[in-house]
Design a protein around this ligand. Structure first.
Ligand SMILES: [Zn+2]
Ligand SMILES: [Zn+2]
Ligand SMILES: [Zn+2]
Ligand SMILES: [Zn+2]
Length: 319
């Protein structure tokens, strides 16, 4: 599971607000205007501010309508919003801080291994103990199997890793991605060719033996984020088991995101799902929306049919 590290911030100069100007007081004695914020009457001859047709008696009153920085709580004329889901606004000063590796909020609260920043809120439920993580993994796997009907019964090795280990395991040299989890399937593939008495090939079958399945998840993720990453990786395991022929990355990642979305939905974690729904990524976000449209139209049974169709015929027989 990857998180793209592109333009996290959309700089927005609050142009419409800056367009406010001091109005030279030309109020006639009969005109009555009250400040939008403090409600005090603006006296004739007094300079005041207009923004979006609303009057403000002073800059101090006007500043009350500026967006509040999620990080330092100061109101600011300029700043950025998190492009992925608009969950926070950061002032220009706070935008210079490193971003929490989990929620992306700018922070200087704490630093973890591999120079990762983490915010106080994420640190509160952050999991770095492998026993605790294993228990969480088992819990998520059970919930998915029993409540969502999505799961497998074979053993899966679960390991917590740091970002450097995860990058090595995934073999992804690009630092444009911030990976949080990985599903790995390894097996010995054996090809058995049957020939007739003239040595002509009659049939060819492929067998998989000594299968190994592993899931790696980034350490120090906050609990509910870790559950979501586990659910995403378990979805890959389910797909690899029942629809092994699927090669299309958009279907694979879209399906994993969709199943994780169902898990979050079951747990009533709607904030987390808003990020999945609004993810602009062409693989993860678009893939998710494509899979969800199929389910919305034809139900989960319809999705299974679609996956069966997409899983091509040259499937592998398991020994
Ligand atoms: Zn994935
Ligand atoms: Zn005022
Ligand atoms: Zn700030
Ligand atoms: Zn955070």
């Amino acid at each position: 599971m990857m998180q793209r590290k592109y333009s996290f911030f959309m700089i927005f100069a609050i142009l419409s607000l800056i367009a406010a100007f001091f109005c030279p007081g030309e109020l006639s004695a009969s005109e009555k205007i009250n400040c939008k914020i403090c409600k005090k009457q603006i006296r004739p001859g007094q300079r005041y501010l207009i923004s979006k047709n609303e009057p403000y008696c002073s800059r101090k009153c006007y500043e009350q309508i500026l967006p509040e920085c999620t990080v330092c709580r100061k109101r600011s004329y300029t700043g950025g919003i998190y492009a992925l889901d608009h969950t926070f606004f950061a002032c220009t000063e706070c935008m210079k801080k490193p971003r929490c590796f989990s929620c992306q909020i700018p922070t200087d609260d704490a630093t973890l291994s591999c120079s990762r920043a983490i915010c106080k809120n994420c640190l509160r439920t952050s999991i770095s103990n492998s026993r605790q993580a294993q228990a969480l993994f088992n819990e998520v796997r059970d919930t998915m199997r029993l409540s969502l009907g999505i799961g497998t019964r074979h053993p899966i090795r679960f390991t917590l890793v740091d970002p450097d280990q995860l990058q090595k395991l995934s073999g992804n040299p690009s630092d444009n991605h911030l990976e949080q989890g990985l599903f790995k399937y390894e097996a010995e593939i054996e090809k058995v060719v049957t020939r007739d008495y003239l040595g002509r090939k009659k049939s060819e079958k492929t067998y998989a033996k000594n299968e190994n399945r592993s899931i790696f998840v980034l350490d120090h993720l906050p609990k509910i984020r870790m559950e979501y990453v586990i659910a995403h990786e378990l979805a890959h395991d389910w797909q690899a088991e029942f629809y092994p022929g699927i090669r299309d990355l958009k279907i694979k990642e879209g399906l994993a995101e969709y199943i994780a979305w169902r898990y979050n939905h079951f747990k009533k974690r709607h904030d987390l799902n808003r990020r999945i729904e609004n993810n602009p990524d062409p693989i993860y976000g678009e893939g998710f929306r494509q899979i969800k449209r199929i389910v919305d139209k034809n139900g989960f049974a319809g999705l299974k049919k679609y996956l069966q169709f997409k899983s091509d015929s040259k499937h592998v027989i398991r020994k």
